[in-house]
Design a protein around this ligand. Structure first.
Ligand code: ZN
Length: 244
């Protein structure tokens, strides 16, 4: 059994077909992540249609700083009302909006406070902002997955010491950074993800079924048996969302 802890099903051409193909490949847990109010609604809709799909509701950092405080409050209320298994995708992205770092940090902190209050795990995006993400997280008692972590191994170690999880995308088949990260992270803190439709292991758009090739590459990087790592990653995913 496989788990895809981070993808965007609604951004795929054929979400229903992708869920079916994932099921056939043994991917029995798919956490689709919302980016904004409308996208969160679609994540909930997919969750209600497919037993293997769970919805994380979030507010993507770049979306967060392009809307008003009132609109942000509407998303926070949406999260409270829906009571999702996790909060994501949230985080900091200085690559696209370097001028809005302070505003982004405020929204990120508000969402972490909400996760702490609702006792939900969080899925975190960080781009050119890994250090700040780790610093902001220090003030909150939340279970966090640092998804597609692009920071240095030194920063990753800081995250490992702080108890965070790391999800490794399918691009690990060729990205040496993610192979190294797979080796560094303790096995009980590793998660598998696709970030579909992004981070594809091949030239086609990504989808949850392809988490299988990512896990295989992780097992090779760690020099561990595929079947053991696969089961461990599935258990980690269940523990992460609080479904043990
Ligand atoms: Zn994502």
């Amino acid at each position: 059994m496989y788990a895809d802890i981070h993808c965007h099903l609604d951004d795929l051409k054929d979400p229903a077909g992708a869920v079916l193909r994932a099921q056939q490949a043994g991917v029995l847990l798919i956490l689709t992540n919302g980016l904004n109010f409308e996208n969160n609604k679609k994540a909930l809709e997919l969750q209600s249609r497919f037993p293997s799909v769970k919805a994380a509701l979030g507010l993507y950092p770049n979306d967060a700083v392009s809307i008003s405080a009132a609109e942000r409050a509407k998303v926070y209320q949406q999260i409270r009302d829906a009571n999702p298994v996790a909060i994501g995708e949230i985080g900091l992205d200085y690559h696209h909006d370097a001028s809005k770092q302070e505003e982004m940090k405020i929204v990120f902190s508000e969402l972490l406070a909400l996760a702490e209050e609702l006792k939900k795990p969080v899925l975190i995006h960080s781009r050119k902002a890994e250090q700040d993400v780790l610093e902001v997280l220090e003030s909150f008692n939340v279970r966090a997955d640092l998804h597609c972590f692009g920071g240095s191994l030194k920063l990753a170690k800081k995250g490992i010491d702080a108890g965070h999880y790391f999800s490794i995308p399918t691009s690990v088949v060729r990205a040496t950074h993610f192979q190294r990260l797979s080796q560094e992270v303790p096995v009980d803190r590793l998660l598998s993800e696709t970030d579909a439709p992004w981070m594809s292991p091949d030239d086609e758009p990504n989808e949850p079924a392809k988490v299988v090739v990512g896990v295989k590459a992780m097992a090779e990087a760690r020099q561990e048996s595929l079947s053991e790592l696969r089961e461990q990653l599935f258990l980690n995913a269940k523990r992460f969302i609080g479904d043990e």
